[in-house]
Write a protein of this length. Sequence first.
Length: 359
Amino acid sequence: MVGHLDLDYFYAQVEEARDPSLRGLPVVVCVYSGRAEDSGVVSTANYKAREFGIRSGMPITLAKRRLKEVESKFIAMRRERYEAYSERIMTLLKEETDITEQTGIDEAFFDITAKAGNDFELASGIASEIKREVFQRERLTCSIGLGPNKIVAKLASDFLKPDGLTIVTPQQVKGFMDPLSVDKLYGIGSKSSALLREKGVVTIADLARTDLSLLEELFGRKLAVYIHNAANGVNEEPVTERGQATQISRIITLKRDSRNVDEILAQLTPTFEDLHSRVVEKKLFFRTVSVIGILTDLSIRTRTKTLEAPTAELSAIGGSAPDLLLSLIKESGELRRVGIKVSGFNEVKDQSSLAEFLQ
């Protein structure tokens, strides 16, 4: 029971979320080289801009010519901003799934086999809830695909965009995949698809029927086996979490915008136990506690406390939060959303001797 989440036109959509007046306009996020005013390339564009032929990698000068007669917005890429959004969304995804494997700033595979109990109807409900939470917390849409493996899940997430949800059960795999063009298949780039088209292989169904020896001639043994299996909907690669978590957080949307500490704490406190249980489950000690505030203008403020020693105690979270929140509110406006975060992790290890402990 594998899923793939893809944040729709991510960089441009973040800019729309921060400035709703951009919605409905062509929005182009650019990487400027600095050599001249418009030197550089397009990083991404929203769907409105794509209607005018704007694409990633296109020179900014060409994109501006195509939008010369149209009201549009060109924005310099702000990597740190997008990373902050990505980090929060990936944390959310980890909270809602069994295993999460982030593969880019705007996409991740996830496994919900245990959580959904091999019930695709239940899995669909989990995916819908993830989409709802992403939108409620960040005002961003995402597309999710669910299937029996990574290959199918990735194809499914690309199938309906933006804001799509596509579920492909094991029984539906062949009917779903067969009509799709080979370049839709995960790992098949433009050069590979061009080679296949020269051999009359246009659809995934064509590829599934292609003799393995022909594929070996074109791509070598290893890639040929992968392509052949993928075209037949076969993929055994598991979803694998990469590296240890660097932070665990919980963020809530307040019932109303507020700067009242007691009112905010009353809503935030129930998240402390959930956060603590995840720390205990992962057998971690944390060294820092942070309160995150998202203001009404969607700007983000953080206050952090470093503890004297690593701990896994719930009281360290609850004891630190009030002062951090008070400090944050004194220097900020009203909060729309608020969160609690722990970080600076050490793994909990069995102590076999005092000497080992001291060492």
